[in-house]
Design a protein around this ligand. Structure first.
Ligand code: C2E
Ligand code: CA
Ligand code: CA
Ligand code: CA
Length: 275
């Protein structure tokens, strides 16, 4: 039994080493990815459910590695956060998305806002307020066209401190959305105090509505909660007409998901704006 335990331990260690090596490799490659032009921003359209109109987009980072092909964000965002690379990469995403948003907003076709994911690590490791202000000035994007998404889990980790940063960001004139809402555990008392404009219902709940009674109940209560606090509520990960109908019946304000469109590169999103 002892030997077996040892063997397992060695296997575990070798496995960890393999993972550590992979992480180290990806971190090195990611360090170069910006300079080598391997990063791209894709845009997933967001729709108003009241009238079905395209109203904005969420900017989503893509990494096309020369040997490995597309590496999904789930595989490298955490590495970028742990290494601090999320700071320059996040600023690049923000600059790219703001530049693009200005073009689409000025097209006069109803494009109102670009949503950009803000990692907790960016708030912790950099002067994110200064960076956002600088990038808005640089790109000439009016702040009301920018929305920053922060995950519920991150906000709640250091709620008091984050509330201050969020208030300062919001004072720039942009809007704030709580991402992956329902998966963290914000108490009602905090939620009431958070300087936010929107809740994004996490895809894990939307996935099984209307069949799953629990997920339907959760979705219903997030909508009731959001609306009672006068927040806009967006459902993410909408894939089917049934999900959409259920959300419309509950007066959900906005949605995004494969039912409408996958994330598109800028050229393809142009097609939605300019026809
Ligand atoms: P997220 O912010 O929750 O973004 C939504 C994710 O759901 C995106 O995955 C999107 O492609 C996917 N999605 C949208 N609609 C559907 C649908 O109908 N069905 C399914 N199955 N999936 C859908 P993606 O692009 O792989 O991004 C994963 C996560 O990586 C994001 O989750 C976000 O947390 C992070 N991420 C992506 N880009 C950035 C970035 O620029 N900065 C930071 N900090 N994080 C980012
Ligand atoms: Ca997001
Ligand atoms: Ca989300
Ligand atoms: Ca998510």
């Amino acid at each position: 039994a002892k030997e077996r335990g040892r063997g397992n331990f060695q296997f575990f260690e070798a496995h960890l080493t393999e993972r550590a090596r992979e992480r180290l490799f990806l971190e090195g490659e990611l360090r170069e990815a910006l300079n080598r032009g391997e990063l791209q921003v894709h845009y997933q359209p967001q729709y108003s459910l009241a009238d079905g109109r395209l109203i904005g987009a969420e900017a989503l980072l893509r990494w096309r590695h020369p040997d490995r092909g597309m590496i999904p964000p789930d595989k490298f965002i955490a590495i970028a956060e742990d290494s601090g690379l999320i700071v320059p990469i996040g600023e690049w995403v923000l600059r790219t998305a703001c530049h693009q948003a200005r073009i689409w907003a000025e097209a006069g076709k109803g494009f109102q806002r670009m949503a950009v994911n803000l990692s907790g690590a960016q708030i912790e490791r950099s002067d994110v307020l200064a960076a956002v202000g600088r990038i808005l000035a640089e790109t000439g994007l009016a702040p009301q066209h920018l929305e920053l998404e922060i995950t519920e889990t991150y906000i709640m980790r250091q709620a008091e401190r984050n509330i201050q940063v969020m208030e300062a960001l919001r004072n720039l004139g942009l809007t704030l959305a709580i991402d992956d809402f329902g998966t963290g555990q914000s108490s009602l008392s905090y939620l009431k105090r958070l300087p936010v404009d929107k809740l994004k219902i996490d895809r894990s709940f939307v996935m099984d509505i209307p069949q799953d009674a629990n997920d339907s109940a959760i979705t219903r209560s997030i909508l009731a909660l959001g609306h009672s606090l006068r927040l806009t509520v967006l459902a993410e990960g909408v894939e089917t007409a049934e999900q959409l109908a259920f959300l419309q019946e509950l007066a959900c304000d906005e949605a995004q998901g494969y039912y409408f469109s996958r994330p598109l590169d800028a050229a393809n999103f142009d097609g939605l704006i300019f026809g």
